[in-house]
Design a protein around this ligand. Structure first.
Ligand SMILES: *Cc1c(COP(=O)(O)O)cnc(C)c1O
Length: 417
């Protein structure tokens, strides 16, 4: 199939499902079942040969239904649609949370003694998993900062003597909460320099903020994309879910471990995610258009000191990275208020339409104070380095009418004297 025709958004209502399977139902039913009936004992035996790795399936064929920890129609349908959306992927793997996706991928591709080289700052849950959980299994991490060049990162690796021990390069871009970009192609080059004929260092990219519409790490050479599908993919603040995409071979490895760890999404979550994908492009396009309007409004507001949004750059290197890997600035804005915590809290407490909550990427606008909320656990010196101060606010722009969002913000700003 031509990579772009039909466009992914045109396939999201139908791909991977035939109404004839379910009484002509135009929508996929929810297959709310834990187990599936075999026609014969021979058939059951055959299906288990695949699950246990005794037999491999020909390309394009999926195994018979056995038990919902291994496979379920809702899980398979949503996975086939996500693979259509993520450019450069052959298969997808869906989980009950973003952290289940990230942790399962890390555990599959790392062994005791290995190091993960990662960008900073990382999503808090990922950071905790690397530093507090993987270390129990003698898997360690080393981070680099935004702005570090390829040569500087290589030098740090040489200096710490971990060159032969790195098995994964994990990159999260744009970084939360203020949209600092990390060069994905630089990460791919570093991984190539660290790979040997015996060991390929793989690049895992957390694509939650801009993917799959505005950033395609696999096309830039990354091996696996991971997502919190709780955010834009789910997009309605009604599910917690996760996903990863990549080659068929790598996804087969991830699925095998997932079969065992049990982090797959249940039929209802998979079904809700399938529903969400139908409007993914519509929602994300509208959210981005709204964010452009709101960033402009915030930049002109006398009570705002600075806006962090990917439509304008102070640093030419950030602009270069943006142009090489992002197609749109997305729908996450952060901004510094004039003042500190008191001014921020007064503003947040007086918003009515925009909801004070963590999470992001949903149809409704959500706003929060990273310093005291999402980034409360980040050490002070790191917070200072990434500009997370008491005057910072993070704003996830929804699909509302921008006039109403501006009115709401104007009212809240007016409460600050
Ligand atoms: C939310 C988030 C996660 C974790 O996902 P959950 O669905 O909450 O488990 C990971 N990475 C990023 C960038 C996130 O925003």
């Amino acid at each position: 199939m031509n990579a772009n025709i039909p466009h992914p958004e045109s396939l999201m209502m139908t791909h991977g499902y035939n109404p004839e399977w379910s009484e002509g139902s135009v929508k996929t039913p929810i297959f709310q079942t834990s187990t599936f009936v075999f026609k014969t004992a021979e058939e059951g035996k055959k299906f288990f040969e695949v699950v246990t790795g005794k037999r491999t399936l020909p390309e394009g064929e999926s195994n018979g239904l056995i038990y919902s920890r291994f496979n379920n129609p809702n899980l398979e349908i949503v996975e086939s649609r996500l693979a259509v959306y993520e450019k450069g992927s052959e298969d997808a793997c869906v989980f009950e949370s973003g952290m289940a996706a990230i942790s399962t991928v890390m555990l599959e591709f790392m062994r005791p003694g290995d190091f993960v080289l990662h960008s900073n700052p990382l999503y808090g849950g990922t950071d905790t998993f690397f530093k507090n959980i993987l270390t129990r299994y003698h898997i360690h991490s080393q981070g680099f900062m935004p702005g570090d060049t390829e040569e500087r990162i290589m030098e740090q690796i040489e200096n710490t003597g971990i060159k032969d021990k790195i098995s994964i390069l994990f990159v999260e871009t744009p970084a939360n909460p203020n949209n600092i970009l990390i060069d994905i192609e630089m990460c791919v080059r570093i991984a190539k320099r660290l790979s040997t004929s015996e060991k390929k260092v793989i690049v895992v990219a957390d694509n939650t903020y801009l993917g799959p519409i505005w950033q395609s790490p696999l096309e830039l050479g990354a091996d696996i994309c991971v997502y919190s599908a709780t955010k834009y993919l789910g997009g309605h603040s009604d599910i917690v879910a996760g996903a990863c995409m990549g080659s068929r071979a790598m996804m087969a490895r991830v699925k095998k471990l997932r079969n065992n760890l049990g982090g797959m999404s249940g039929p209802h979550t998979a079904w809700l995610l399938t529903r969400s994908l139908e409007t993914l492009k519509l929602r994300m396009d509208r959210q981005c258009e709204n964010a452009k309007v709101l960033a402009k409004y915030l930049r002109s507001h006398p009570k705002v000191e600075k806006v962090y949004y990917l439509d304008q750059f102070e640093d030419p290197e950030q602009e270069r990275i943006y142009k090489s890997q992002c197609s749109e600035p997305g729908a996450m804005i952060s901004f510094d208020m004039k003042g500190g915590e008191a001014e921020c809290f007064l503003f947040l407490n007086n918003l009515k339409l925009i909801k004070l909550a963590v999470s992001l990427g949903s149809t409704e606008s959500l706003i929060q104070h990273p310093y005291s909320m999402t980034h409360a656990g980040v050490p002070e010196n790191i917070k200072a380095q990434i500009n997370v101060t008491e005057k910072l606010i993070r704003f996830s722009v929804g699909v509302e009418n921008t006039a109403d969002l501006i009115l709401d913000m104007n009212e809240a700003f007016s409460k600050i004297s």
